[in-house]
Design a protein around this ligand. Sequence first.
Ligand SMILES: NC(=O)c1ccc[n+]([C@@H]2O[C@H](COP(=O)([O-])OP(=O)(O)OC[C@H]3O[C@@H](n4cnc5c(N)ncnc54)[C@H](O)[C@@H]3O)[C@@H](O)[C@H]2O)c1
Length: 314
Amino acid sequence: MNILVTGGCGYTGSILVNALLEDNHKVTVIDTMWFGNYLKKNKKLKIIKLDIRDYEKIPLKNVSTVFHLANIANDPSVELNPTLSWEVNVLATQKLIEKCIDFNVKQFIYASSGSVYGFKKEKKVTENLSLLPISVYNKTKMIAERVLMSYANKIKIHLIRPATVCGYSPRMRFDVSVNMLTLQALTKKKITVFGGSQIRPNINILDLINVYKHFLKNKKLKSGAYNAGFENLSIINLAKKIQKIIPCKIIIKKNNNDKRSYRQNSDKLLSTSFKKHFSVEDAIIDIKDRYYNKNLQILPSAFTVSWMKKQKIK
Ligand SMILES: NC(=O)c1ccc[n+]([C@@H]2O[C@H](COP(=O)([O-])OP(=O)(O)OC[C@H]3O[C@@H](n4cnc5c(N)ncnc54)[C@H](O)[C@@H]3O)[C@@H](O)[C@H]2O)c1
C-alpha cells in the first residue's frame, strides 16, 4: 500500500514509519525535520523535507492512506507562537484534507489528542462527552477535528485521541510526563512533582503504533473520534511507580500551572477488537535499561520547547 505520513520524523512518527516499512508498505514522509531525522535509508521509503503549509508540493498520487501527525505537538511549544500553531495544526490540515479528496485518498488518520477533554471530573471520559480544551494547543486539536469531520462524507476520517505517550523512540521526547520523570529519577535520583493530584491518561508508544496499524487494517471502522489511552494515573502515583523501578526521592511542590486533569476511557477502541499489549511500566523499564546500557542519547532536541526556542522556528 502507498502511505503518506506527515510528521514521520517525529517521536511517534519515527516508530510508525519503521512499523509500516516492516509490514512492506511504501511510505512517503513529509517533515520539516525540526528535531532531526532518525529514519534509516530504505528502498520503500521516500523522505521529503517540506513544511505542510506548502501543501501544493505534497505528493498524493496513488496514496491510499494519509497519517497526519505533523503538528506543533504540546502546550508550551504552541504558546511560543500561537499563530504558527493555528497555521500548521488547523489551516494546513484543512488544505491537506481537501487535497486528499482531490487525489482520491481513501483514508485520513489524524493524530488528535486526549487533551481536547481539558478538565473532566467524570470517571469514564468517553468520546461523546463535550470537549473543554484549556490551552491553545488543545483548541487547535479540537478545531482541526471538527474541520476534518466536515469532510467525512467524502473520505474515511479516523481521529485518534492519544493519551500522553511514553516510551523510547529514536527521536526521543523527554518533555512528556513518564519519560521526563523517568529521566529525572535516572540522572538526578529525585523526581520533582508539581501538584501531583492531577490525573492523566497514558499510552505506551508501542500500543499507539498498534492503534494506528489497527485503523489502517480496518478501514471500514466508522469515521469519528477514538480515545487511545489505558492507564489513568495521578502524577504522584506515576512518580511512585517510577520510584519502585528506579530508587529515588520524590519532591512535591505546591505550584502547578498545568491544570489539565482527566481520565480517558477507551472502550470504543477496545470494542473494535483492538488489544493492548504494553504498559507504562514496560516503557519505564525500557528507558532505564537503555540508560544503563548506554543506549539512550539525551540530546537537546529531546526537550521540545527549549529546542524550538533555540531554533527560532517560525
Ligand atoms: N507525544 C504525545 O504524548 C502525543 C499525545 C497526543 C497527541 N500527540 C500528537 O501526535 C502527533 C505527533 O506527536 P509527536 O509526539 O511525535 O511529536 P513530534 O514533535 O516529535 O513530531 C512532530 C513532527 O512533525 C514535524 N512538523 C511539525 N510541524 C510541521 C510542519 N509544519 N510541516 C512538516 N512537518 C512538521 C516535526 O518536525 C516533527 O518531526 C502530533 O500531532 C501530536 O499533537 C502526541
